[in-house]
Structure formats: structure tokens, C-alpha cells
Design a binder for this molecule. Sequence first.
Ligand SMILES: [Zn+2]
Length: 326
Amino acid sequence: MFPATRLRRLRQHPILRDLVRETVLTPHDFILPMFVKPGSNLRKEIASMPGNYQLSVDRLLDEIAAARELGVKAFMLFGIPAAKDAIGSSAWDENGVVHQALIALKKAFPDILLITDECFCEYTDHGHCGPLCQVNGRTDVDNDATLPNLAKQCVSHARAGADVVAPSGMMDGMVGAIRAGLDAAGFTHIPIMSYAAKYASGFYGPFRDAAESPPQFGDRTTYQMDPANGAESLREVALDLEEGADIIMVKPALSYLDIIRRVKDRFGCPTAAYNVSGEFAMVKAAAQKGWIDERRVALEILTSIKRAGADMILTYHAADAARWLR
Ligand SMILES: [Zn+2]
């Protein structure tokens, strides 16, 4: 009790503050998402995500080399294909842009970790996360028809060199279907990072420019979660773990810190959080206006995500944060 107990005592000295710090960020916590597109010498900045680019494979190598120098060693690859169709078949084309990127990156940098996004919204001409069907007179994504395609996509990425596959489409049964597909193809050692609790969020806006993947009609509310729901995320995570997920993800991160904490407390499993494009863009925009200190706010946000229970953070600030933490 006060006055004997004074919590300010441990805040007196900077070294003492370092010693009692509960959460410490390191570059090992980060996964940097990258967008790869067919072509050569392409490095097109994404307007709403300064410092992030659509890259051809040759320029992707340069960009990853630079991030790797800063200590970022894990990368998530998103592909923007040359051709789109109704089912997204270019997603499992072994000459696809992600496959080419995997082969080139594995050769150039054997020491990095390559995670591949597994979904079809970048690959379908309608921008939804799988083939379409009619349900009660409205158009929706055909859940069960998407599953074998996901397995094909994951196997093709594993063949090209992916270290981890990360299905993001929120299809029921996706983890089980992918696990069975990978195992049957001899990839029992490839882990699945499941976007288990992915919300239908307004924070994805800038990403859709980056990945050229906005839905051409409707939205994703019939497959992604309602932002109002918390308990449901625990059911989603429980199912994905039962189906064989090795790492589960909560997405977005910042408005869902309570979900990260609940998932970590309940399951204790390796937990990823995706600090999404809109969260990044808000920090960038406010910093450009001089309203906040970008470095301080970005590191505070990343620390809060780790403090909430995330073991790893997908973030567009990864390279900057790694530099700041040096
Ligand atoms: Zn998708």
C-alpha cells in the first residue's frame, strides 16, 4: 500500500525500465507482405501504402535483399496474375507469378522463410475468394467447390518452394482440405498458417489497390466474420486447430486486440496477427500531415499487438520497424 508501495520507483532509471519491460519487439517478430506481378523491372508504389510496391520478380529480389539486411527474414507473398477467370485457375499454374517468385527467392536467399497467401480473390475475374454459385436466388462463393482448388494451389506453392501456406479465404473446412492435399502430395512437413479469425473489415481498403482484388459485386460478409463477434472467433480457431492448423491468425490486429488475447489465452497456440493495410495507411497519412510521430506510433502499435498475445506480426512497417529497432 502507498506510501510503502510506489510503482514509479521502477520507472526512475532508463536501464531499470529496460529490465522490467514485459514486451520486447525484435525483427524476428515480423513478417513482411509483398506483392508480386508479372513483368520485369516493375516497382510501382501503392499510392495508399507509401513504401510498398507491386514488384516484378527481379525487383522483388532487390526489395527482399534490403529487408533481409535489416533483419526481416519472413515474407508473405501475394500474387497479381496476368490472367483472371471465373475460378481463379492461374492460382495453381506452376508457371504463375508466385511460383516464379518462390523459385527465384529460394535460389537467391536460402535462409529466408517464404509464406504464401492461399486464396483466389486476386485470381478470379469477379474478385471473390472462390468459384460462385447460387444460394436462395443470390450469388455466393461456393464453399465446397473452393476446397479442392485450395489444396491444388497449396501443393503447387509447396512444390515451388513455399515454406508455409496461409489460406485466407475463410472457407469452412479449408484447413482440413489443404492438410489432406499436402500430405497426399508428400508435403507432410509444410505448416499451415490459417487466417482463422478474419473479419469483414473496412481496414482492408488499401490492400485491394495493392492486390487488385476488390470484389466486382457485393462484399465478403458471407464468408468473413462480423466485426461485432468475439466468441465466434474462438469457434473458428478451435475448428481450424482440429483440422490441423499449425499457426492461427487474427486479422485485422489493431481493432481486434481483444480477440488476439482471447485466442492466446484459450488455445495457447502459435498466434499471428495481421497489422493490415488500413492500419498502416492511417499511421502513414497522419505522420505525413505531421500529426503524429510515425516511428513512435508504429512501434507502439506493434508492441500492443505483441503484448495482446501475438507471437508474430504481419506488417507493412516490418522493414522500417526493424531499422528503428537496431
Ligand atoms: Zn480472398
